[in-house]
Write a protein that binds this ligand. Structure first.
Ligand code: GLA
Length: 419
């Protein structure tokens, strides 16, 4: 837990909005990775995920009126609106997530109060689900300020309403499900059709590998990429396969088609549809094998599956962009890397790699050295980070905050007990 940033956010919120510090709470929503199961959540596929020890934080207090007023430590300007008149989205504005969260929540719950708050989250470059993280953090803040009890499952739906409804991105539930359901040292498996999820403990108890994130330096919002176009191609493939199988009444997603029916009917697909469908069915199989490899502690196999998933994203799903594809290729040759792929959609942002223990730092430097030579224009913005896994999103209330600050301000309480 990043006590320094939490402390700073709380003090800033109290000062900025004139609220007593003991009324300030903090919503923490971690960034996520998806080692296997890329681009199949919107087709109701099965995915895997882990939350990282890097997060979006929102310090907040109830406004005790109808206003939501937010500042950010990372973005300029202030977001301010009344919960009675939620303005439409504005292109590229970080306030969209707050407006979307209020609108989504009000479709199901009554809000008495808005919030005053300050947000912070420095990894907004894409690939780690910063959008879902800020959306989830704001949902949790508004719920806490209004004494609403909402389950993680309902929050998955609410965040989907922000993304699909308010923002117009036709994505699935991978991001917010990973952010809400993950547990430290565990692989979270999510069935996006049934919404069932399971946790698989790391048999090496958190050891066995490190997680390396490498940012390409390229940033761009997903709604402006080919993301929605790819979703439409998957839908078209599903509709043709279902028609060929005489099952046009089934939901038009690729998960509606069993693998045997896909094999029997795939000749009806055009080239683009055939590639998208192939990615879906192969990726489903990789998720199945990956879960077994994880349970057996076979990190080599898990890594190979990630490499194959990355290859399929480029060749069959045809997402990605030249800098991310170069980064993926460099990672394939990097000493210590067990496996790597685009971390998110691949149209911008970062790659994620599983690396041998104690090699993350050196592997990151090795990759960046080569990448910067290939992309001098992005060299300054590119960086790498070795991460740990973490628990899913939560609100840190005043009692826990008091405990955290107490320990942070007293070095004696920070000392390991047996020394
Ligand atoms: C983005 C979307 C997710 C998912 C991934 C790719 O992060 O928001 O729903 O489709 O891309 O796996």
């Amino acid at each position: 837990m990043d006590v320094r940033i939490i402390n700073r956010l709380c003090s800033f919120t109290a000062q900025r909005f004139g609220v007593p510090i003991d009324q300030v709470a903090v919503a923490r929503a971690p960034y996520r990775i998806c080692p296997l199961g890329a681009h199949i959540d919107h087709q109701s596929g099965t995915v895997t995920a882990m939350a990282l020890d890097q997060a979006v934080h929102v310090a907040f207090a109830p406004s005790h009126c109808r206003d939501v007023v937010l500042n950010s430590l990372d973005f300029p300007g202030q977001t301010r609106f009344s919960i009675d008149h939620v303005p439409p989205p504005q292109r590229g504005d970080w306030g969209n997530y707050a407006r979307g969260a209020v609108q989504a929540l009000q479709q199901r719950h009554q809000l008495r109060s808005g919030v005053y708050g300050v947000t912070a989250g420095r990894m907004d470059g894409g690939g780690l689900s910063s959008s879902a993280a800020i959306g989830v953090a704001l949902l949790l803040a508004l719920q806490h300020a209004n004494d609403l009890k909402v389950t993680p499952e309902e929050n998955i739906d609410l965040d989907q309403t922000i993304e699909n409804g308010y923002l117009g991105l036709r994505n699935g539930i991978l991001d917010q499900a990973a952010i809400l359901l993950s547990r430290r040292h565990q692989l979270t498996w999510i069935d996006c059709l049934t919404r069932e999820h399971r946790h698989f403990p790391n048999p090496a108890d958190g050891r066995g590998f490190e997680i390396l994130i490498v940012f390409s330096g390229l940033k761009q919002a997903l709604v402006e990429t080919d993301y929605n176009q790819r979703v439409r191609e998957c839908t078209a493939a599903a509709e043709k396969l279902l028609a060929a199988a005489g099952r046009s009444d089934a939901p038009p997603v690729l998960r509606s088609i069993p693998p045997e029916q896909y094999d029997a009917c795939k000749h009806v697909l055009d080239d683009a549809e055939a590639r998208r469908a192939r990615h879906f069915f192969d990726e489903m199989e990789r998720v199945r094998q990956g879960q077994q490899a994880w349970t057996a502690g076979d990190w080599q196999l898990f890594g190979q599956l990630m490499n194959q998933s990355g290859y399929s994203s480029i060749e069959h799903y045809q997402c990605g962009c030249p800098p991310l594809i170069d980064l993926y290729r460099i990672l394939q040759d990097t000493p210590g890397v067990l496996g790597a792929r685009f971390s998110g959609a691949g149209f911008r942002g970062c790659c994620v790699a599983l690396v041998e223990p104690r090699t993350g730092q050196a592997a990151g430097e090795w990759v960046l050295d080569r990448y910067r030579r290939q992309h001098p224009d992005l060299a300054e913005a590119a960086y790498s980070l070795v991460c740990q896994t973490a628990d899913g999103a939560e609100v840190i209330g005043k009692e826990r905050l008091a405990g955290l600050f107490d320990v942070a301000s007293d070095p004696a309480k920070n000392r390991p007990r047996n020394n």
